[in-house]
Design a protein around this ligand. Structure first.
Ligand SMILES: [Zn+2]
Length: 306
């Protein structure tokens, strides 16, 4: 198995098998030393007065005053024998003025600081943010429109309409991302909204009723008009902004004629190994990007992945 990609490590034992035991969860939540990971409007609480960004965790004891009747604890799991919960405190308009949060840190979009975050914090904060956001956007039953309520430590929502009772689970949208090579070069594309010098490997969402390898071949054909073969899975990366899981692949092109039919791409072209080598070496010394795309490019350019 490949080493995990960034956002893929949380340091947590999710204890999924016990999440439906509400008595057990209540006992954990009553533990004054249990940890609360606060989320405010998709942002995480980060210490700004340290040299590198640091996640700020609160204890249940101190965080009580942040909760109102609409907040609920989302059980994340155990880390270092301590139960961890995420709590969405978006109902507070000015969190930096709240007595509990004053002078603790700033609510920050972790994508802006991920490079400097410890890996396990990156994963834990992304997980917290994603599941809190899922609750916020799934308050009503998609089947009958009645309100739903959190269950199983926040890992399910149950419709409150007794004639419906539908269970709703957090969704994960699968996306494929693929490095397509031909001999000593690979295709990189530039999206219309990207700066002139930004290129990356191709990617797209898996559609209903489609295999992931089918999605890889379809996306490459759709974006650059090239048939591919020898599709090999590399690794995955949670990208929960809000709910993606990136599945990384290598594949080989059967033609080198690029034909852009997709209106997302401004351009696409072949890049030689030499053109990518400096960046790949720099990446190998110290990953300067958290994305799986940079890793796939670096591993291919350095010959780690043929
Ligand atoms: Zn319903």
């Amino acid at each position: 198995m490949k080493s995990p990609n960034f956002y893929g490590e949380t340091g947590l034992n999710r204890m999924a098998e016990r999440r439906s035991d509400s008595t057990w969860l209540q006992t954990l939540a009553a533990n004054q030393d249990a940890i609360i990971v606060p989320i405010w409007r998709t942002r995480n609480l980060i210490a700004q007065n340290t040299e590198t960004p640091e996640a700020i965790h609160l204890s249940v004891g101190t965080a009580r005053d942040l909760l109102d009747e609409n907040t609920h604890l989302i059980f994340l799991g155990y880390r270092n024998d301590v139960p961890h919960f995420a709590v969405d405190i978006s109902h507070i308009d000015e969190p930096h003025e709240h007595p509990v949060l004053k002078e603790t840190g700033e609510f920050t979009d972790i994508r802006d600081i991920s490079l400097n975050l410890p890996r396990e914090d990156g994963g834990l904060l992304a997980y917290s943010r994603a599941i809190a956001q899922w609750h916020k956007t799934h308050r009503f039953c998609g089947r009958c429109g009645h309100p739903s309520e959190p269950k199983d430590g926040g890992h399910m929502r149950l419709c409150t309409n007794p004639n419906c009772n539908t269970q709703h689970f957090p969704r994960t949208d699968m996306a494929v991302i693929m490095l397509v090579s031909s001999g000593d070069k690979i295709i990189l594309g530039r999206k219309k909204e990207w700066p002139e010098d930004r290129f990356s490997i191709l990617a797209g969402f898996v559609e209903p009723g489609e295999t992931i390898e089918g999605a890889v071949a379809r996306e490459v054909m759709e974006e650059v008009g090239i048939p591919i073969t020898n599709i090999r899975y590399h690794s995955s990366q949670p990208w929960p902004f809000p709910s993606n899981l990136m599945l990384g692949f290598f594949a080989e092109a059967e033609s080198e004629t690029i034909n852009i039919t997709d209106d997302e791409l401004a351009e696409a072209r072949w890049f030689t190994r030499d053109e990518l080598l400096d960046e790949a070496k720099a990446y190998a010394e110290k990953p300067h990007s958290v994305s799986i795309a940079r890793r796939l490019i670096a591993e291919w350019a350095l010959g780690i992945e043929p």
